[in-house]
Design a binder for this molecule. Structure first.
Ligand SMILES: C[S@@+](CC[C@H](N)C(=O)[O-])C[C@H]1O[C@@H](n2cnc3c(N)ncnc32)[C@H](O)[C@@H]1O
Length: 234
């Protein structure tokens, strides 16, 4: 009997894009360039929660061997099409979640990354993820987690504070919309917030330190309410 799907696995069933601010290739290529800057070298890369491979195909231009892992079949289906279209022969895709991915890997990596994924993991799951990742990391390797929700800035984004036309009208519309979303999600027994958990930077840093990493905090360039956590060995 197959195991029941988690709330988030259910949520990503049938989804076909990573939900970037814009799906225009010009925007994604800029986002990928920012990420490649922070990934900062290495030859092998694991992109955990690779989704439709929107960033992965750009990473493939700079790495020798790459693995993309995701628990959503539809996302991997899209990734596979994108990889074929771009003729990226250096990428392998794996259907797996944060618990099963490790046993499916047959080599270790210079970089282990995840973009917009950590918010779907609880504190304990992040802890286990870093612990497992550290065992699959080559000497001098880095774990680079992109676009975590910053709980200090996320509420401001939700009320429209970062929008160019922020004012009382935007504020009331956003609050109304939020109230509607919360009520309708609880009536349908769905996650209240499709963006998942917001982990404080200091919480993520504590986990990094526990596993022998130092963590650099970097503000996300394209998402005002998100941050990157770059972990390397002390
Ligand atoms: C917001 S999308 C980002 C996709 C991709 N990283 C990007 O930036 O385009 C999050 C992805 O993480 C995947 N995901 C979330 N939690 C996961 C888990 N526990 N195990 C595997 N994949 C997961 C989802 O299926 C989805 O494809």
């Amino acid at each position: 009997m197959s195991k029941p799907k988690s709330v988030w696995e259910e949520f990503f069933t049938g989804k076909r894009s990573g939900g970037h601010r814009s799906s225009a290739e010009e925007f994604i290529s800029k986002e990928a360039r920012e990420k490649l800057f922070h990934l900062d070298g290495g030859k092998t890369l694991l992109d955990f929660g690779c989704g439709a491979g929107e960033l992965l195909v750009y990473y493939a231009l700079e790495y020798e061997r790459l693995v993309g892992a995701d628990f959503s079949e539809s996302m991997l289906d899209e990734a596979s099409k994108r990889i074929r279209a771009r003729k990226c022969e250096n990428i392998t895709l794996i259907l797996a979640d944060d618990k099963t991915v490790w046993e499916k890997l047959d080599f270790s990596f210079d970089r282990i990354t995840a973009a917009g994924v950590i918010q779907y993991l609880t504190y304990e799951e992040v802890d286990n993820f870093i612990s497992n990742a550290s065992e699959h990391l080559n000497k001098g390797g880095k774990i680079v987690l992109f676009d975590l929700l910053d709980p200090r800035l996320y509420p401001l984004w939700k009320i429209g504070y970062f929008s160019r036309n922020f004012g009382c009208r935007t504020l009331f519309c956003k609050i109304g919309f939020e109230a509607f979303t919360v009520v309708s999600a609880s009536l349908k027994n769905r996650p209240r917030d499709i963006l998942g958990y917001a982990h404080k930077p200091c919480t993520i840093e504590k986990i990094a330190n526990k596993h022998g990493f130092k963590m650099e905090y970097v503000q996300s360039m394209y998402y005002e309410y998100k941050y990157h956590a770059i972990m390397s060995r002390e």
